[in-house]
Design a protein around this ligand. Sequence first.
Ligand code: ISE
Length: 353
Amino acid sequence: MTDTTTQAGTAPAAPPQDIRVGVIGVGRMGADHVERISRRTKGARVSVVSDYLRETAEKVSASAPGSRVVDTPEEIIAADDVDAVLIASPGQFHRDQVLACIAAGKPVLCEKPLAMNPQDAYDVVRAEHESGRSCVSLGFMRRFDTGYGELKDALDAGELGTPLILNCKHRNADVLPGFTNVHMVYDSAVHEIDAISFFLEEPVVSVQTITPRSTENAPEGLSDPMLLLLRTASGTVVTDELYVSTDSGYEVRTELVGSKGVATVGQESGMVTTQQAGGRWGGAVPADFRPRFVDAYDAEVQAWIAAVADGSFVAPRSATAWDGYVAAAVCEAAERSLTADGPVEVQLLERPS
Ligand code: ISE
């Protein structure tokens, strides 16, 4: 039990208040965040949730003690019992919801992508700049992955020399219905595009999309697998192999080829088993990004809550609105390259000073 006795004349110290988080969108990812905040995040609790399916919101709210359900994102952002907002709605709603958080002066962690085009993403950058304070964190959780962190530290320490090639592989067992080539770029490849900002800290100047013949597992109209070839300002080349209907499991691997060495992350094999039946040797593959990146998501949300609590609002390693804009600009060039011959130039607006 906590000892609350004090010396005569001094008031007892007020216990630190939990940060009250409102969660917009509690489908697959939002529900995962509600569970994380309710069970594993220190100094935070979920106070309000909303979803376009009221029934889903009620079910998820029932798992978060003390939370309530409202009908609209606007109600969450305006609520007196919401100190910070987590947005996990579909990407096309992010711009308006983030702008509303900026207008309300509330710190926000928005799942990627920031927007489905660079213009919308830049609106957020400008609005945050004009508000005079940074309050937008973007959910590129891989920045908080241990392997990503190790590779970044090795690069920064010069252990790998000059980065020459970054090879990325991104494989999903399957995707949600309605997933198109545009989602492949803005929803999936956007992670590797942000990885370029994170690891190499320089702009992408051009991108080319290559589409081999598709797997028979791919949904109608989706070019799967898809290959992106990107070139940075200083000449590093990035390959991104996306394959989202493998029908097996979730794999994300990153290999940096440097002038002094090659480093690979994402090859965790966990337990390896020899099975008598079938004569096979091997380990398990995570089903999707939630188990694969659970530690990264936990670390990301915990760092965000700490930043909200100390008033800085954006954690040091977190992606910002600017990172979201840069990613959207590269995605737009990748989208254009789907129907163009050869590489497409990336156009970037000036960063507000
Ligand atoms: C999904 O939206 C994610 O963000 C996952 O991390 C990614 O692997 C998947 O391809 C996306 O659809």
